[in-house]
Design a protein. Structure first.
Ligand code: SF4
Ligand code: SF4
Lengths: 500, 307
């Protein structure tokens, strides 16, 4: 071991990153995705959906107190949580699929951390200027101007953060009413606490932590690494085309453009072997555009890195440069690493679909589709009426004074419709059995709209009936909506007093 | 450049030759560790959690001592919290309980909120106080009546059940307890006579029997038993005398059990559960609960449905 003073610092402050503005197809795509996802997030709770007088009219509502989840025409009850579980599994499989096919697309385009960071950087650029202005401001002393700009920026960030935290709670209560309650101080303290926590995380993660969240806090980048292989299409630098990098001289550039025109036209530009006419320099002019636009603050030319979220902004930046110097686009590009040796040897890459269609992506798609179809099926066979029967097994049967045998069942009746309903109960079995309802002389039960009722049901076999002395008799309990005729049933067993 | 321990003061931190990355300078058998510095905010977060941890152990119960844990300067305890929750709950239901104590149970509709409150709180009272003898499902056991069936020794209307709960059966504590006593016939009848009576009792519930024996038993029955059990053996609720013609036998209906019952008599006891043991509201609640278990009878002057 060496002396202590030689040990370098084991902790490092965050290196500030000042991503430059960039234009191009990927940047445009990202703006669109940001607009759509944020638009959905902020506005969805305000969308109304008419469900009749007894049910909330919010299109998407997770009513925790009432234990219902409303999604447009779908209403999920707690015992149907498998829908949510299924959707979560589908979301997971979807991420696996996209990651194994296209690398960290989730990170680069749709992850909330990326989207909100992107928005915060946009605000930062509007207020403090582009990369160079921000760099200067960062180095400048804390004078009035710097304070003014910083405070303006933080204020706008905070506004966005409050809106973000605020939008979240609207998914859990009727939005218009909650908005009024929030402003007048009438809302539940948990609402204010949720807004506070989400405001703080949005403000800190989007404004100050940014790539630190991805690099040090998020487990997903590590998990993703196990889902990628050499066929995964990801952002990479064609070093065989770009190296050795260096500033191009005029003559060399002209020679490069004329000497290679035919090859570019055949679409094999990226596979082009080094031409002696380019004065031994590759296509990379070492302008640092790709580094300057990178929100992760890395240099993609160093190869695949853990920090790269594959936002593709470096592709846009480099393509712009390539256009200017008259070289083909795609020095930095989406490509599969298994194509590298082929391209290096001057052969064309294999088609993208061959990279994408491989056993693991097909398997993920199949699983994803199977669960999706299963859920759809389950959704369509759902009815407005349901019953679950739990036989009372303590005791298994009761002997009545006339010698008849009675079994007791706790039946949970669910009326999922928006109206009060009268349900009539009945039973079917292959031997005579009699059904009675606790607390009622008739066989009909009123179940209020959108609620459940626990009804105790007695089933009796007279002493001479076979069921009275048979060990077990299967039977089916039915419930029928007296108005619509909808029926539901559940099978159960009748326990007799078996003769010893 | 690898660190040389003989070099007293290298100018720069040591650097790994292969990767060009700084090393921590630590070397184990020539294996060196690359330096990947943690972010400084991580360090501060770590310090913050340490401070939080210390503050927590000072403020809240934390360290196990010999007979108890440190109490923490905030004096927080989960037991106190539970006690407060229970008190708050009792406060919240005080009004309902007071109403229930006064309520006329026979007049309560099944859907009345007060009835629902009575049944659910009665279930809790039953589990705590009654299930030891009557079973958690109220199915009873030999000598302890099944409360689910339609056979009641002392009456099955809700107010009769409430009376039984309040005063109990054959106990010395409550002068109002339900009371009756069957004589032990081993000193009054010969074994033959007892056997004949048993045969007659068996015949009452339409079971196979010795006709001649039973006919002799019928005479003994008329002399000795019918005063309480009735001429036809259908029992008498004022005396708590069971119906002998039905299918329900508290102490067993086979010849052996009947012989033991007639020879020795039975003396089932139930303690009085009225105040101070249970509050009046709890007595009413448990009566309402038992009444709706399946065997409750309708009261004369009301329309409480029976099953
Ligand atoms: S943007 Fe392109 S040309 Fe410029 S440094 Fe990066 S890879 Fe080289
Ligand atoms: S290297 Fe390129 S794709 Fe990766 S994070 Fe940076 S800009 Fe985005």
């Amino acid at each position: 071991m060496t002396d202590a003073p030689q040990t370098p610092a084991l902790f490092a402050p965050r290196e500030p990153i000042f991503p430059r503005r960039v234009t191009g197809p990927f940047r445009r795509l990202k703006w669109w995705i940001m607009g759509v996802t944020l638009g959905i997030y902020y506005l969805l709770p305000w969308l109304r959906w008419d469900r009749g007088p007894n049910l909330p009219d919010q299109a998407v509502l997770a009513d925790l107190a009432g234990r219902r989840f409303f999604f447009f025409w779908i209403e999920i009850w707690p015992h149907e949580f498998y829908f949510i579980a299924g959707l979560l599994i589908m979301a997971g499989l979807g991420l696996f699929l996209f990651t194994s096919a296209l690398g960290r697309v989730w990170c680069g385009y749709t992850c909330p951390q990326t989207v909100w960071t992107d928005l915060f950087i946009l605000v930062e650029r509007w207020i403090e200027g582009d990369r160079n202005a921000r760099l200067r401001l960062w180095k400048a002393p804390w004078d009035a101007r710097k304070w003014r700009l910083r405070i303006t920026k933080w204020a706008v960030w905070l506004l966005i953060a409050v809106a973000t935290g605020g939008a979240w709670v609207f998914y859990f209560t009727d939005a218009p009413r909650l908005a009024v309650d929030l402003v007048t101080g009438q809302a539940a303290s948990v609402a204010y606490a949720s807004i506070g926590v989400l405001t703080a995380t949005t403000f800190i993660f989007g404004g100050f932590m940014r790539e630190q969240v991805c690099n040090y806090m998020c487990p997903w980048p590590r998990i993703q690494a196990t889902m990628m292989d050499a066929d995964t299409i990801t952002v990479a630098y064609r070093d065989w085309r770009g190296e050795p990098r260096g500033k191009h001289r005029k003559g060399a550039r002209a020679a490069a453009t004329t000497g290679t025109a035919t090859a570019y036209d055949t679409g094999q530009a990226n596979a082009l072997p080094k031409d002696a006419a380019t004065a031994n320099l590759g296509d990379c002019i070492d302008c640092m555009a790709c580094v300057n636009v990178c929100p992760a603050g890395i240099d993609i030319r160093d190869g695949q890195q853990m920090e790269c979220i594959t936002c593709a902004l470096c592709i846009d930046a480099c393509d712009e440069v390539m256009d200017k110097i008259g070289k083909p686009r795609g020095l930095i590009d989406y490509l599969a690493l298994s194509d590298a040796p082929r391209e290096r040897a001057g052969q064309p890459p294999i088609p993208v679909w061959k990279h994408v269609l491989r056993p693991r992506t097909l398997l993920y798609t199949a699983m994803w589709g199977a669960i999706g179809l299963g859920l759809m099926f389950a959704l369509f066979i759902r009815s407005d009426i349901e019953l679950t029967v739990s036989p009372v097994r303590n005791p298994t049967f009761v002997t009545q004074s006339d010698g008849s045998i009675r079994n007791i069942y706790d039946v949970r009746l669910r009326n999922k419709s928006g109206d009060d309903r009268d349900f009539r109960m009945s039973l079917t079995a292959d031997t005579p059995l009699r059904i009675d309802l606790q607390g009622s002389e008739t066989l009909s039960v009123n179940v209020p709209a959108d609620s459940t009722k626990l009804q105790r049901v007695y089933v009796t076999a007279r002493p001479q009936d076979p069921a009275a002395t048979r060990d077990r008799t299967p039977l089916r309990l039915w419930v029928e909506d007296t108005e619509t005729g909808d029926r539901a049933s559940s099978s159960t067993t009748f326990n007799g007093k078996a003769t010893p | 450049m690898t660190a040389d321990p003989n070099d007293p003061k290298p100018a720069k931190p040591p650097v790994d030759d292969v990767t060009g990355i700084e090393t921590t300078g630590h070397s184990w058998d020539g294996i060196e560790e690359l330096n990947s510095p943690l972010p400084r905010w991580w360090l501060w977060t770590f310090y913050a959690t340490v401070i939080w941890g210390i503050a927590y152990t000072v403020a809240y119960p934390a360290w196990p001592m010999i007979d108890r844990a440190t109490t923490g300067i905030l004096g927080y305890s989960t037991r106190a919290e539970v006690a407060a929750d229970i008190a708050a709950f009792e406060d919240a239901t005080a009004e309902l309980s007071a109403q229930l104590a006064r309520a006329d149970l026979t007049a309560l509709e099944p859907d009345d909120p007060l009835h629902r409150y009575a049944v659910s709180s009665g279930a809790a009272v039953f589990r705590t106080n009654c299930s030891q003898c009557h079973g958690s499902g109220a199915a009873g056991a030999r000598g302890y009546p099944n409360l689910l069936d339609d056979d009641w020794l002392w009456g099955g209307t809700v107010e009769q059940i409430a009376y039984t709960v309040r005063h109990g059966i054959r106990n010395e504590q409550d002068p109002d307890a339900r009371w009756s006593q069957m004589p032990a016939y081993r000193d009054l009848l010969t074994p033959d006579e007892i056997a004949q009576t048993v045969e007659y009792v068996v015949s009452l519930s339409d079971r196979p029997h010795e006709t001649a024996q039973a006919a002799q038993g019928a005479e003994i029955f008329a002399d000795q038993c019918s005063a309480c059990h009735g001429e036809a053996g259908t029992g008498m609720r004022e005396m708590g005398a069971p119906n002998l013609t039905d299918a329900i036998w508290l102490y067993g209906g086979d010849r052996e059990a009947l012989t033991a019952t007639i020879a020795n008599a039975r003396f089932g006891v139930m303690p009085p559960w009225g105040p101070p043991r249970l509050s009046e509201a709890q007595v009413q609640a448990v009566a309402a609960y038992v009444h709706q278990l399946g065997g409750g009878e309708a009261s004369e002057a009301s329309d409480v449905p029976a099953n």
